[in-house]
Design a protein around this ligand. Structure first.
Ligand SMILES: [Ca+2]
Ligand SMILES: [Ca+2]
Length: 423
């Protein structure tokens, strides 16, 4: 009873301090299918409004809220469900001018959730002076139910996180984790951007954040399919369990700039996507007035090697890596393995080298085609190529019938070439 009295006392004091009108209120999404955010029937207590009314928007039922107008939610607690920000839509979570006020938690304690930005706007922070807001989580520590993944999938539009940076937490965390946090601890979370603009204004970005239960498991993935601009102002820290997937060399990424420190914690990965890789030297990130510290594990696609050009420890103005593909003998289509898929490219290279080079620009035909290892690529390489394909070399197993058909074509080619060579 004593505790209860204390509780009542605290509650009454709180009511006196903040007033009934300002008491926290929650409105819960009750549509298990897909519905309009701006439809009061989809909420238990009405459409979320700016303070001081409904200041928490919550969803636990797996439904999808679509936003096509200008909507606000001072707090977002989307445990299980989805939010789609459509063309012309804006979700503004910047409603406070105080720390620890703007926040969103896609996982909370109960599940997984996803926010998709199609062609609208997401605003977090951006109200008041300095500081302007609290923090933004994708996947919190919550209760440790395994196999939950939450994320943001940005295909266009804008996402802006402003000045989420001030409060330090000192419970079982290491230092501060205010800012945009992708995964706090081992539960996976991601931010995938394939178009639009992502801006972190004076806001740290934790790609994974170490927790007492383990390293963070965040993935920041940049896919170069549309015009994409990424500006990260503040610390960018990639935890030992997390990674940046960079589709480097891809078209469409117009700007990637970091203006704060970059830390790769030991074991953190920079991984080049498996598709669309092209050999060359790339600037993965560029920044001003900052240093890149600690360790970095490079992880290239199979058959490729990646090396840091610039020293990741010393102060540099950019992080550059070279990407090179290792040659496999007989791999005429540069897929990383030699199999029957290489027969047609082999025939093409022998009969029309210019056409082969047009199909595999920048590739060295000798490196893969000189199966006789005599320094030339010509019909003398046909038999050694067949030997590799049929198991005489380092070829991978393949369906027998396909091989026989392909090899029959090669044998025909061989006869033709011989007849051409002999007048
Ligand atoms: Ca191949
Ligand atoms: Ca040769």
């Amino acid at each position: 009873m004593k505790n209860f009295k204390q509780f009542v006392g605290v509650f009454v004091c709180a009511m006196l301090l903040f007033g009934v009108g300002n008491a926290a209120a929650t409105t819960i999404w009750n549509n298990t299918g897909t519905g309009d955010w701006n439809d009061t029937n989809n909420w238990t207590s009405g459409i979320p409004t700016a303070l001081p009314a409904n200041n928490t928007a919550q969803c636990d039922n797996g439904g999808t809220a679509q936003i096509s107008g200008s909507m606000v939610a001072p707090h977002l607690f989307w445990n299980v469900g989805n939010i789609d920000i459509l063309a012309g839509g804006t979700l503004n979570l910047g409603q406070h001018d105080q720390v620890s006020a703007d926040w969103m938690s896609f996982l909370g304690d109960d599940g997984s959730a996803k926010l998709s930005i199609y062609d609208g706007n997401l605003i977090v922070g951006a109200v008041g002076g300095d500081p302007q807001g609290g923090y933004a989580f994708v996947c919190t520590r919550g209760s440790w139910t395994p196999e939950r993944t939450s994320g943001i999938d940005q295909m266009g539009g804008t996402a802006t996180f402003t000045d989420l940076r001030t409060v330090r937490w000192t419970d079982d965390q290491t230092g501060s984790y205010q800012g945009l946090v992708l995964s706090l601890g081992p539960l996976p979370a991601y931010y995938k951007i394939s178009g639009g603009s992502l801006s972190l204004v004076d806001c740290p970005f934790y790609i994974g954040k170490e927790h007492s239960s383990g390293p963070g498991n965040g993935t920041f993935e940049v896919v170069g399919t549309g015009p994409t601009s990424i500006t990260m102002g503040g610390l960018v820290r990639v935890s030992g369990g997390s990674k940046i997937l960079a589709d480097i060399g891809a078209t469409g990424i117009t700007k990637t700039e970091v203006t704060g420190d970059v830390e790769f914690v030991a074991g953190a990965k920079l991984k080049v996507n498996d598709t669309g890789a092209v050999a060359g030297t790339y600037t993965v990130m560029s920044w001003t007035g900052a240093s890149l510290g600690s360790d970095l594990t490079l992880d290239a696609p199979a058959g490729w090697s990646m090396a840091v050009v610039t020293d990741p420890i010393t102060f540099v103005s950019s992080l550059q890596v070279t990407l090179a593909q290792s040659a496999v003998l007989g791999d005429l289509n540069w897929s990383g393995v030699t199999n029957n898929q290489d027969i047609n490219p082999f025939v093409l290279a022998l009969t029309n080298l210019a056409a082969w080079q047009a199909q595999y620009p920048g590739k060295d035909v000798l490196a893969v085609g000189d199966c006789s290892l005599d320094g030339n690529f010509n019909n003398q390489d046909i038999n050694p190529f067949i030997a590799i394909l049929t198991g005489g070399g380092a070829a991978v197993p393949e369906p027998v019938t396909l091989s026989v058909i392909g090899l029959g074509g090669l044998a025909l080619l061989k006869r033709k070439q011989k007849s051409c060579l002999r007048p």
